[in-house]
Design a protein around this ligand. Structure first.
Ligand SMILES: Nc1ncnc2c1ncn2[C@@H]1O[C@H](COP(=O)(O)OP(=O)(O)OP(=O)(O)O)[C@@H](O)[C@H]1O
Length: 445
């Protein structure tokens, strides 16, 4: 036996409770006893018993009254009712009041001990459930405010307000760092499911073979390493919202299984024949072009239409006029200030990594800054340099390779103020070769 059970016997049959007490104490449990219902209630309010074993027909108080008052004085204590004459009505009534079990005398002591152990298990699970809820509530991410008043952000805000309460599947598309997860949180917060926690799976963060078990769960022994049964995130999110991030990375083989849950809410854990039903709203996000994924056979068309009932496109930061300034003010704290050059460089930069990159840049600058004064030298090279890095140019270049080469050399030369040694180094070529190219393209410098 692991932990001794703390028991209270309440029965007016003194020989009976003494007999029970001796038996339970011999087994190592701790037993209190009383012949009075009122005294039982008082003891219960002062002491945290694991279980109370109660006679239904005590003089003075009716069984119902006694159970009610006992549960009021300590709602966590489990009650097991014992009675000489068990009627169905009494049994039903006591169960309605939350009594764990209803037993008629006589009974075997071993049976009663097993019922007590089961009652304690229920009490433990209830307590664990409360603790987990508390942890979830405390850990629930404080919804980050979405900063931005640009036209695209206003449009997005209006769409979120419309879409959130509908319970429809939503596909959020946008470049990395544009705030897709934040949008998913806003949709969940604006839905009727917001009381429950938002459950998240990032398909790109898990090896392919684990995604299925994570989403749909598995039975014990269903594959090597499945040492215990595990419910999947669909079951965890039952009644709530499941945010599937990077859905474009979902393995093709798993897509029919996801389609099925979306169609009728049914799923099977790996290794199980049992069909389970869940009620989950799906919000998915991707930074891939899903139409291309479908066209190139990497994503099922039917699934694409299922998750794309409502599509939200997040604009990149460079298209949100005026939002960079707002974000800068939001991210900087009162102990840090930006000088004009630094501010100008930050506003002018095109932010291929979007808001995440902006946040990281400022976090770094705050660490480097002297006395909280951020200057241009605290910013990374690519932000400091007024020239747009070619790799980050968002607009595709449709000219010939020769024109591109020519433009690029001219831009690098200009950035290096005509210094050919530096320009050659930046281009990764020999100085002699640079000269030849300047001549070939007739670049003036
Ligand atoms: N409008 C906004 N206002 C304030 N902070 C924002 C905004 N949008 C995004 N952020 C912040 O930027 C960071 C990146 O956002 P998020 O993780 O939602 O981007 P994402 O599009 O999901 O990125 P990825 O595709 O790489 O997963 C987070 O710290 C988030 O809080």
């Amino acid at each position: 036996m692991s932990k001794p059970i703390e028991l209270l016997f309440v029965d007016d049959d003194i020989d009976f409770i003494e007999g029970c007490s001796r038996w339970f104490e011999k087994k190592g449990h701790r037993v209190s006893q009383t012949t009075s219902g009122q005294d039982g209630i008082d003891q219960c309010s002062k002491h945290d018993f694991d279980a109370v074993i109660l006679d239904w027909n005590l003089p003075g108080l009716s069984g119902i009254e006694l159970v009610q008052r006992m549960r009021e004085s300590n709602p966590e204590t489990e009650v097991i009712v014992l009675t000489g004459e068990g009627t169905i009505n009494n049994a039903v009534e006591s169960m309605r009041l939350g009594v764990f079990d209803f037993q008629t005398k006589p009974f075997a002591m071993g049976d009663l001990e097993r019922r007590c152990i089961a009652a304690i298990e229920r009490r433990r699970l209830r307590k664990e459930n409360l603790q987990l809820r508390e942890v979830i509530t405390r850990n629930r991410k404080q919804a980050t405010a979405m900063i931005g008043t640009s036209e695209p952000m206003q449009r997005l805000g209006r769409l979120i307000d419309r879409v959130a309460p509908t319970d429809k599947a939503v596909l959020i598309q946008g470049e990395s760092g544009t705030g897709k997860e934040l949008v998913a949180q806003a949709i969940h917060a604006g839905s009727s499911r917001s009381e429950r926690p938002l459950v998240t799976l990032n398909c790109a963060a898990l090896p392919e073979n684990l995604v299925e078990s994570e989403l749909f769960g598995h039975e014990k022994g269903s594959f090597t390493g499945a040492t215990a049964m595990k419910p999947g995130l669909f079951e965890v999110a039952d009644g709530s919202t499941l945010f599937i991030d990077e859905i474009g990375e979902l393995p093709l083989a798993l897509q029919p299984k996801l389609l099925r849950v979306l169609e009728d809410g049914s799923l099977r854990r790996i290794g199980s024949h049992k069909e389970r039903r869940v009620d989950v709203r799906i919000v998915a996000a991707t930074n891939r072009d899903m139409k291309t994924e479908v066209a190139e056979g990497r994503f099922r068309e039917d699934l694409y239409y299922r998750i794309n009932v409502m599509a939200l496109d997040l604009p990149p930061l460079r298209e949100r006029n005026g939002d960079i300034e707002l974000l800068l003010n939001h991210i900087l704290d009162k102990d840090h200030e930006l000088d004009d050059d630094a501010r100008q460089a930050l506003v002018a930069y095109i932010w291929p990594g979007n808001i995440r990159q902006l946040i990281n840049t400022l976090v770094r600058a705050k660490i480097l800054a002297d006395d909280g004064h951020i200057t241009i030298s605290d910013l990374p090279e690519e932000v400091r340099t007024p020239m747009t890095p070619m790799a980050a140019i968002p607009i595709p270049f449709f000219g010939s390779l020769i024109t591109l080469e020519c433009q690029h050399i001219a831009e690098v030369l200009q950035r290096e103020n005509g210094n050919k040694s530096k320009a050659a180094k930046a281009l990764g070529i020999e100085r002699r070769k640079l000269y030849r190219m300047i001549e070939k393209h007739g670049i003036s410098c």
